[in-house]
Design a protein around this ligand. Structure first.
Ligand code: GRF
Length: 187
């Protein structure tokens, strides 16, 4: 296929990974929509300022099936071929994952398969691990369970707190995610 791959990025918060993806896109992919389940997500304001198309809808009061149908429609209307989750804090239903099978990726702040779910940095520090890090993986029905596409290790330093470690891992995420996404959309 010719032209850049068309990627939708889903966010719920500040969207720093979305920004890193946008800034590193080059000719490999194009962000065709930034979508959020949180209409007030700070990342949406950044996307609007940078002239990226946006879609925002809260599932509150409409229920998950209606919300996901609207989301799916917005992504398809934008021409998205791939979905990159970037701090998207809501679980996608099995039905949604099935519709986009093999086309959704996520960035997770641990060295998967270690520390799926939340509080990854605190768990790595508490376990006495020498390193934390981040992983980009394919999204399947299993939480943080799909094929790992790439990882970056970040050393845990004496005196690290979850916050100081998170900051360094986030910088690694911003390097890792665009590089892995570029490879992935070439598949
Ligand atoms: C990152 O730590 C990412 O690994 C996790 O959620 C956070 C999102 O941060 N999935 P941001 O919204 O991209 O700044």
């Amino acid at each position: 296929m010719s032209g850049p791959a068309k990627v939708a990025v889903l966010i719920s918060g500040r969207g720093s990974n979305m920004q890193a993806l946008a800034e590193a896109a080059g000719d490999a992919y194009e962000i065709v929509v930034v979508a959020s389940d949180k209409p007030g997500a700070p990342g949406l304001a950044w996307a609007i300022q940078h002239r990226l198309p946006t879609f925002a809808l809260s599932p509150k009061g409409i229920g998950k099936p209606v919300f996901e149908a609207a989301l799916d429609g917005a992504l398809r209307e934008a021409g998205a071929e791939w979905i990159a989750l970037a701090g998207y804090m809501r679980l996608l239903s099995d039905g949604f994952v099935a519709k986009w099978r093999g086309r959704i990726v996520n960035i997770h702040p641990s060295l998967l398969p270690k520390y799926k779910g939340l509080d990854t940095h605190a768990r790595a520090i508490d376990a006495g691990d020498a390193a934390g890090g981040c992983s980009v993986h394919v999204v399947t029905e299993e939480l943080d369970g799909g094929e790992v596409l790439g990882q970056r290790e970040v050393a845990i330093l004496p005196g690290d707190t979850p916050e100081t470690l998170a900051e360094r891992v986030l910088a690694a995420e911003h390097q890792l995610y665009p590089a892995v996404l570029k490879e992935f959309v070439r598949r």
